[in-house]
Design a protein around this ligand. Structure first.
Ligand SMILES: C[S@@+](CC[C@H](N)C(=O)[O-])C[C@H]1O[C@@H](n2cnc3c(N)ncnc32)[C@H](O)[C@@H]1O
Length: 217
């Protein structure tokens, strides 16, 4: 996955510029919701990619520490020249967050959650919440499964995860782990970690927002 994103870095942000009014409207709503949710917060951002959402969250956040596993994606993020007193970008692993200390009162994970294998969901969520102060604000958004958008959905025998088959501009083809969830599955996953859980299912994207509960490691 890291190699795929390194190769995709320069073309990645095209996903945010598709000529589709519904998509653009939902992206605008997500942007507003992030600006509101991150206002004044010390944010830990997981899998920041090219920093598209970092830039938006930085408008209102007090500070953002953003990590990603793909150096080429981070290079794109750093090239945005976001204010150095507000944003730190680090090479890092979403499953090894304990090295970051616990000085965060918000967590942001945009278009990352779908890439977590089902067998690692609890590991990721436990580590994510443990890296944040109790009662932190959490915000994440993801794609809805849409026929014909973002490549063919692939199922593999004996594997509970699904994949999207993606072709990059250089012609390389990649099966990228990408899981989709409905509202009740999301409620079941996040309820144990959440108070004030809000789940919005759109046509193109869903978003999940809550305050992390006190019951975390
Ligand atoms: C779909 S992109 C999302 C990028 C950005 N958050 C956005 O929404 O535009 C997924 C990102 O996850 C990163 N990634 C993959 N595995 C990772 C890991 N184990 N730890 C941290 N980041 C990872 C990839 O490099 C990629 O930038």
């Amino acid at each position: 996955m890291k190699e795929y994103y390194d190769r995709r870095a320069k073309e990645y942000e095209a996903v945010y510029h598709r000529d589709d009014p519904v998509r653009q409207q939902e992206l605008a709503e997500i942007t507003s919701a992030i600006e509101e949710a991150m206002r004044g917060r010390r944010v830990l951002e997981i899998a920041c990619g090219t920093g598209y959402w970092t830039q938006r969250a930085a408008k209102t956040a007090a500070h953002i520490t953003s990590i990603d596993a793909a150096p080429e994606m981070l290079e794109m993020a750093r090239s945005k020249n976001l204010p150095l007193d507000k944003v730190d970008f680090h090479l890092g692993d979403a499953y090894k967050l304990d090295i970051l200390g616990r000085n965060f009162d918000a967590g942001l994970a945009m278009f990352w959650f779908s890439h977590v294998p089902k067998a690692r969901l609890q590991e990721f969520l436990t580590g994510f919440h443990a890296a944040l102060e109790p009662k932190s604000t959490i915000f994440l958004a993801e794609n809805m499964l849409q026929e014909g958008v973002g490549g063919e959905l692939i199922r593999k025998p004996g594997i509970e995860d699904t994949f999207k088959r993606r072709t990059l501009a250089d012609g390389s083809v990649h099966d990228i782990l990408k899981n989709y969830y409905n509202r009740s599955e999301l409620e079941a996953i996040f309820s144990p970690f959440a108070t004030n859980l809000r789940i919005e299912m759109g046509a193109c994207f869903y978003r999940v927002q809550y305050s992390s509960s006190l019951r975390q490691s």
